[in-house]
Design a protein around this ligand. Structure first.
Ligand SMILES: [Zn+2]
Length: 1099
């Protein structure tokens, strides 16, 4: 799955352009004493949250505020409202249900085992589903279904006397549940369709559009039938259990048949509904599934754990005007005589797979196939709204090529007969890798070069490559349990860079992984509230929380480090062995380490300090990462290396290492000015290990007495930071300022900027040293180092944005970025590479925020041109969001209203719509900020639930919105909780974004009161809240510790040059009064910033 809820998506995504900001803060004007108070209160908050997590985590359904706001469909048909989160409605009774039933409610005491019993397992599902959607006259947004699951019992005894499986928000027809012994030797696995033939007839007899369950007659008792004597429902476990009159026999197959019905939800999970409006104005509805991680149980009763693999045979009833698509290619369609206008679509059985990978879309979307390139390649097609189908061409052109590349890379053919990629108008995640049917939100699959930015194009490619990598890593071989989610997501994320690099070699993806994946997570993973990638999870809330930056980004970085440490040859052969060994099955990280160890054993001369397992467990079972401290003996030409955990709170003093301190097996690659070729070689030349308690000495690194530079962790392939003695920092700074820049890889330049500025942030390096190093950027033209800088700079911008020295920071940014901005110009040039287009957007966005006068005039003129344009949008496509945002930020109500009108008319343009929505949140007018927050909460309004995160995420970029947001959340918590309690990805964003703009003791007091008042409602966002509070404490700490030093440097820097005064945005733009409109929009014909700057790669 590609995330939308976490910031990961935004990192690779189109959603925030190049200007990604983590750990935003508002200002915090406090004295030292009040700062300490503030810190104490935050600490108290952490304790409180910890207690909340401890007591509430095992009770995922314990919220008392669940509302029936989503129940419109059920209300219309007189059925129960769609699953409120309370115990009594988790499994609402269907008509006629409810004898011999017991129901357990959430316990409040000891943790409960939420796992299914291991003894009874599924082998084969035959699933019949009929969503009542697609006909405006009779949509009632319900679905009914029948599941026949072939089960068997693995061991004799008590465990075989009952069957437990997952179900949630489903109405089961208890009277009609049956369990029958299949004749010896009979299994659907050998005879697919067995269950289907029998059940289809029964199912068809029921009436159209009924909210009642399938009116199948209760099966007549036969000698093979085992009576179900009772059923029990556990809301806490999302489970139903059937007690049997006698135990099942070991070694025999049984058919468990369960009729049920449910509502097509509005929470974008399980089996849910989505809609769009065609250009003709007709509203269309579709029924879509999203099951990862624990939502298949909301669509049909099933054994909803990743290791309970089985084959799935789907049968879908649809209206004739619609079509369906699922994991497998359609086998046949037949009319339903009993239901005129309806047909069954029958699908062949899937391969053995996990329930979370089952997928289905019933819609009137259109499809298009890729040309068949070879008889062995799978069929490949895309599905989208008919009006948008042409914009799926880019995804369709790269998808098959990436899939072919992976077949080669993994040395295993794609195992299914087809791949379908569908763009769905409403989708919670970024995308989902369902086997053979990958689903995307529209903005991450559709690409229109005249509307979407370079960053959007990269996001589409990255997400396609991520989901296709899962077809092997995740789908063919699946993690045993969600605690190893990082294996799935880390691999898919890492391999996606290899996939995109294959189809778009000019994008330099293998450098970008450093700034897109590593730098963001190095910040999160430096918090005490971080967690190991391999994390214990039990309940659905904890499982959902595991889908975070640590699993995705750190997972990818650890795999990358392993790849570079083991060499490509060993890595790939170990990977292929692992995938072959565990095909159709489940594995854990130890299984991967075993395969890699075996592959490493076949290669001589590989430098490894211990087994792959021992090395990697220091990285996967421990949170955090080290900073390696380098002390050089220049006279002897040797090094001394030591490690300690890097924390953003800083580690004062260089005292002896604490025995309880964490340590790692650290691969050490390095290069020096005497041996530059090592800058291209990422293999470890040494390992710093936990056994090196006094550090590691390496001799003969340079010639004795040499005064050349040394760079450790080449291209930042190791997941750690490096700190040097001050002399070496000066040598590295000189290298960047005056040396031949092209000899230092872009990833290493990015690394130096990120390491220096973050070491300074943590108090481990003087800010003067870090900021002096940044001045080399006036000769930098590569997007990767710039991205690293802008990320670190954003923190400084947050910290100073309400300080009197902010003008000096703005001037510093303008001076630093001036040369590269001039070199890039404002219009895309035909020879531009994609990274150059991204760089232009990144730099100009920052300069607009720094109120660069000419650029502001230009943006104002562009906005006016756009307002007056009759057809094509005249603003350069990569800068549209920035121009819109500048208009909203520096303009008034008129500019905002103009943007808002365009937003309302943009439903046909998903990418443009997201730019406009975020731009509306750039306003500095408080009442308009509040308007947007309110609109994001409206159900059925013009901000889709999936898009509401754009509104909240934007808050942290806007100081005015930051001041308003938390107060708004507190005052409107009941309606926010009612709307988002079942949509964790939005709820987390609301909490994080509204807290991250706060920074005073008074704010903290308010936050604590708020949490106390609503305790019990934060279990799905426990870690999010912890991290937001820790970051708040760190901001207070930073201000007390570093503010003075930073501002002194800035004042000194500012004195060196006179900054021009900022210009205001003209409130009523008209082309006639914008003199800067002429001429200034073209790139100045200026030389590259410095003679020794590497020539940009021609497109
Ligand atoms: Zn994924």
């Amino acid at each position: 799955m590609a995330l939308s809820g976490s910031r990961t998506e935004f990192l690779a995504g189109d959603t925030l352009g190049g200007d990604i900001q983590y750990g935003r803060s508002g200002g915090c004007f406090v004295s030292t004493r009040r700062g300490i108070m503030c810190a104490l209160l935050v600490a108290a908050a952490l304790v409180l949250v910890g207690l909340l997590v401890f007591y509430l985590a095992p009770c995922p359904h314990g919220g008392q505020g669940a509302s029936a706001a989503n129940g419109t469909a059920a209300q219309a048909t007189g059925g129960p409202a769609e699953g409120g989160d309370t115990a009594s409605s988790v499994l609402p009774e269907g008509p006629g249900g409810g004898d011999a039933s017991t129901e357990t409610t959430p316990s409040s005491g000891a943790p409960v085992n939420l796992r299914l019993p291991k003894e009874v397992r599924p082998r084969y599902y035959s699933i019949w589903l009929q969503p009542f959607i697609g006909d405006p006259a009779s949509n009632n947004f319900t679905f009914k279904g029948l599941v026949d699951v072939e089960v068997f019992c693995e061991s004799a005894g008590e465990a075989c006397a009952s069957v437990s499986l997952h179900a949630r928000e489903l109405n089961v027809s208890w009277d009609e549940v049956s369990l029958r012994l299949l004749p010896a030797g009979v299994s659907s696995v050998e005879a697919p369709g067995r269950a289907g033939r029998a059940i289809g007839k029964k199912y068809n007899a029921s009436a159209d559009n009924a909210s009642a369950p399938a009116a199948a007659a209760a099966p007549a008792p036969t000698p093979e039938t085992i009576a179900v004597t009772a059923h029990a429902k556990s809301a806490e476990k999302d489970m139903i259990t059937f007690s049997l009159a006698k135990p099942m026999e070991v070694g025999r197959n049984y058919s468990l048949e369960i009729p049920f019905w449910g509502n097509l939800s509005t929470s974008l999970s399980g089996f849910y509904r989505s809609h769009y409006t065609e250009r003709t104005g007709t509203e269309k509805w579709l029924a879509v599934t999203h099951f990862e991680p624990t939502y298949a149980r909301r669509a049909f009763p099933c054994f909803d754990e990743p290791a309970m693999k089985a084959r799935f045979e789907l049968h879908v009833a649809r209206r004739q005007a619609a079509s369906s698509v699922s994991n497998m290619p359609l086998r046949s369609t037949e009319a339903i005589p009993e239901q005129p206008g309806w047909v069954w679509d029958h699908y062949p059985p899937s391969p053995i797979m996990s329930s979370y990978l089952v997928a289905l879309v019933v819609s009137e979307l259109a499809s298009k196939s890729a040309p068949v390139t070879s008889p062995t390649s799978p069929a490949f097609d895309v599905v989208a709204r008919p009006d948008l189908l042409p914009t799926a061409d880019y995804a369709l052109s790269i998808g098959p090529r990436i899939l072919d590349h992976y077949s080669d890379y993994f040395n295993i053919s794609y195992p299914l007969p087809k791949v379908t990629m569908a763009a769905v108008p409403d989708f919670a995640a970024g995308a989902m890798e369902n086997w053979g049917l990958v689903l995307y939100r529209e903005s991450l699959m559709l690409f229109n070069s005249s509307i979407s930015t370079a960053q959007s194009q990269q996001s589409v490619a990255s997400v396609v490559a991520h989901e296709l990598a899962h077809q092997w890593f995740g789908n063919l071989v699946t993690m045993d349990w969600w605690s190893d989610l990082w294996l799935n997501e880390g691999f898919a994320t890492y391999v996606s860079y290899i996939g995109v690099n294959h189809v778009e070699p000019t994008w330099h993806m293998l450098d970008k992984i450093v700034t897109e994946q590593m730098h963001p997570v190095l910040e999160t993973d430096a918090l005490n509230s971080s967690h190991p990638v391999s994390v214990e999870v039990q309940n659905p809330a904890q499982i959902s929380e595991a889908f975070d930056e640590v699993s995705y980004n750190k997972g990818a970085c650890l795999i990358r480090m392993l790849n570079h440490s083991l060499t490509e040859e060993v890595f790939r052969s170990g990977l292929t062995n692992y995938l072959i060994k565990w095909t159709w099955s489940n594995a854990n990280q130890d299984d991967l380490w075993a395969s890699l160890t075996e592959a490493a054993g076949n290669v001589s001369g590989l430098l490894l300090p211990a087994s792959v397992k021992a090395v990697m467990e220091t990285w996967t079972l421990q949170k955090g990462y080290p900073v390696v401290m380098v002390r050089r003996d220049y006279t002897a030409g040797s090094l001394h290396l030591s490690q300690r955990q890097f924390k953003l709170e800083g580690t004062d003093g260089a005292g002896a290492r604490d025995d309880r301190a964490l340590s790692w097996y650290v691969p050490v690659s390095y290069a020096t000015g005497e041996d530059v070729k090592w800058l291209q070689d990422t293999r470890p030349r040494a390992w710093l290990t936990p056994e090196h308690r006094d550090g590691l000495n390496i001799s003969s690194v340079t010639a004795p007495g040499s005064n050349t530079w040394l760079l450790l962790n080449v291209q930042q392939t190791g997941y750690y930071r490096v700190n040097y003695d001050s002399a070496n920092w000066r040598l590295l700074s000189d290298l960047l300022q005056t040396g031949p820049l092209e000899t230092v890889p872009a990833a290493s330049r990015a690394q130096l900027l990120s390491d220096a500025l973050n070491l300074a942030r943590a108090g481990l390096l003087n800010y003067d040293t870090a900021l002096n190093l940044t001045s080399y950027l006036s000769r930098e033209t590569d997007a990767v180092p710039w991205k690293a800088f802008v990320r670190a700079y954003s923190f400084l911008d947050d910290m100073l944005r309400d300080s009197r020295e902010y003008t000096h920071l703005q001037a510093y940014a303008r001076r630093l970025m001036g040369p590269v901005a001039q070199w890039l110009g404002r219009e895309a040039r035909p020879a531009d590479t994609l990274p150059q287009r991204q760089l232009r957007a990144t730099v100009l966005a920052r300069l607009l925020r720094a109120e660069e006068p000419d650029l502001l005039n230009w943006a104002r003129a562009q906005f006016a041109l756009w307002l007056n344009a009759s057809d094509a949008n005249p603003i350069p496509v990569d800068l549209r969001f920035e121009v819109y945002c500048a208009a909203a930020r520096y303009g008034g109500e008129r500019e905002w209203a103009a943007l808002e009108a365009r937003f309302r008319a943009s439903d046909q343009l998903p990418a443009e719509r997201s730019y406009l929505l975020r731009a509306l949140m750039c306003t500095r007018l408080p009442h308009l900020v509040t308007t947007m927050l309110e609109r994001s909460l409206e159900e059925g309004g013009d901000i889709r639930l999936q898009d509401s995160i754009y509104v909240w995420r934007s808050i942290t970029q806007n100081p005015v919105a930051s001041y308003i947001a938390f107060r708004y959340v507190r005052q409107n918590w009941d309606s926010i909780y009612a709307r988002y309690s079942k949509v964790p990805f939005v709820l987390k964003e609301v909490l994080r974004s509204s807290i991250e703009g706060l920074s005073t003791e008074l704010d903290l007091k308010d936050v604590l009161e708020f949490f106390k008042l609503h305790e019990g409602q934060f279990s799905v966002a426990a870690r999010t809240v912890q991290q937001a509070l820790e970051k708040l404490r760190l901001r207070v700490h930073w201000r007390a510790r570093h503010h003075a030093q930073l501002t002194a440097w800035l004042r000194q820097d500012s004195a060196a040059s006179a900054a021009p005064a900022p210009t205001a945005f003209t409130p009523t733009p008209t082309p006639a009064t914008t003199p800067a409109a002429s001429g200034s929009s073209t790139a100045p014909a200026s030389p590259a910033p410095a003679a020794s700057t590497p020539a940009p790669v021609a497109g």
